[in-house]
Design a protein around this ligand. Sequence first.
Ligand code: ATP
Ligand code: MG
Length: 574
Amino acid sequence: MLVSQLLNPTLREVPAEAEVISHQLMVRAGLIRKSASGLYTYLPLGLRVLKKIEAIVREEMDARGGQEILMPIMQPAELWKESGRWDVYGAELFRLNDRHNREFCLGPTHEEIITDLVRGEIRSYKQLPLLLYQIQNKYRDERRPRFGLMRGREFVMKDLYSFDRDEAGLHESYQKMYDAYCRIFSRCGLTYRPVEADPGAIGGTGGSHEFMVLADSGENSVVYCSGCDYAANTEKSECRPQAVEDISPEGEMKLVSTPGVKTIEDISEFLAVPKTTLVKSLLYQGDEKTFLVLVRGDRTLNEIKLNNALGGFVSLQLASPEVVEEIMGCGPGSVGPVKVPEGLMVVADAEVPLMKKAVCGANKAEHHYVDVVSGRDFRIDQVLDLRMVEPGEACLKCGAPLKEARGIEVGQVFKLGTKYSKALGANFLDEKGVEKSCVMGCYGVGVSRTIAAAIEQNHDEFGIVWPMPIAPYQCVIVTASTKDTLVVETADKLYQELKSLGVEVVLDDRDERAGVKFKDADLVGYPLRVTLGSKTLANGQVELRERKSGETQLVKAEDLAQQVKTMIEKALQC
Ligand code: ATP
Ligand code: MG
């Protein structure tokens, strides 16, 4: 491709609305353009990257027996009602009606459609296992579409669904996909980590892993063990309860006046006690249920754990100050577990029962209790692991300290079990003629998000530094002079030669200063740059530069094509 003909509108300025580097660079390097919030057009170079990632994903799926299909994006509401998700998926689901006023949605994921397909086609255990996948646009009306391709409202996902006859089969399919995902992200040249994850809205109880590309700008926090292979999304990571001090209570619980005190920080300062002695008491509500939730003052409540344990389908929310006033008779800052209204369920994080000589709200404006003993002075109905893990804590598996990193979720795998097959009746007959539900798994790769993640991990102050396997083109030829016929003719010859060797190459033949072309080449991030200047070429040499290391070397023009080819082959081996 000739750069003079390429639709590659590069920009010097950082677009005002682009907050993260990958978004800035994708716009500046002319890979994407925005149509509306969370909706983008891929320009030629952006599309090439997308297609390359798709190709890697496809190869790894096919290699493990995945069969590619293509399902409709628009899905009938009836199926979603059958699975029970129509009402619980919420505002993220794009809903629409046809001319007969029948309800549809734009698929955010395809469990319903695929389970409907399989229930119609599969009869016998002999047809299992079945691995079906597609690579297609997904639609989610995200609360905050942002960061370019990172969180779009339309995005490209590969979704594979596995159907097995039993748990052992599911385990095998899951392992296959787990391994495939490791290969995919390694082949894309990314540094990533699989972590234990929460299944979220997809559901299922059999376990889940997320694949995180490690980058400081990542929206997710992960913890990993410094001693063993344990790694988990911070929101999922289980915690070991830790007692802080073992001080026996000196006496009875006492009511103290705490004027103006509202927050944990306030009370800690006012009474000059560490936050570890405070009981944080929060009122949560969902549907008809209300819970008083307790965690130690220095800890953060993990709402995902809370919801998984108690919320069911309706997610629990922090009660409004008005509701708190109505139920507890005080503002949120004075709530505590002592003498709570009859029937109010009290749930506590596992560290709370270990607290002696604690401080808590007194359910009376501007008052707290001190010297409170859990169990003696207040009841707990249920003890659960409800807090966020913290870096430095001991790993539950081996005891070594946990470390924290930021990550971008580029894929997730789920053991669904029979959640969807039971709801929709996707059954088969086993050897004995007994009807059973298919045991399912589902596996998603955020293909478009992977582009953004790759850039977050691979860039410098001049632009993108593509890993070779997903670069839009592997090599750019820059003519430093467009007046010198030797330069122009040799550039054209090398360009043809590289193409005939199968190298993906562009020739920057624009009538621009060399500096402008260099800047664009760095911004777009071609892994290799070949420069032809009058002086070096007079000696039969051209300059070959690696984008990543910045290393340059002079190469004989006649050896150039072969050398480039060899470097690319080396970079693609992994
Ligand atoms: P997130 O927590 O980031 O919203 P998710 O867990 O809801 O993502 P999944 O249902 O697991 O997403 O979808 C599979 C993959 O699709 C994700 O791992 C992610 O890479 C990608 N993905 C999900 N939502 C988006 C989005 N809005 N834009 C781009 N990619 C997305
Ligand atoms: Mg996910």
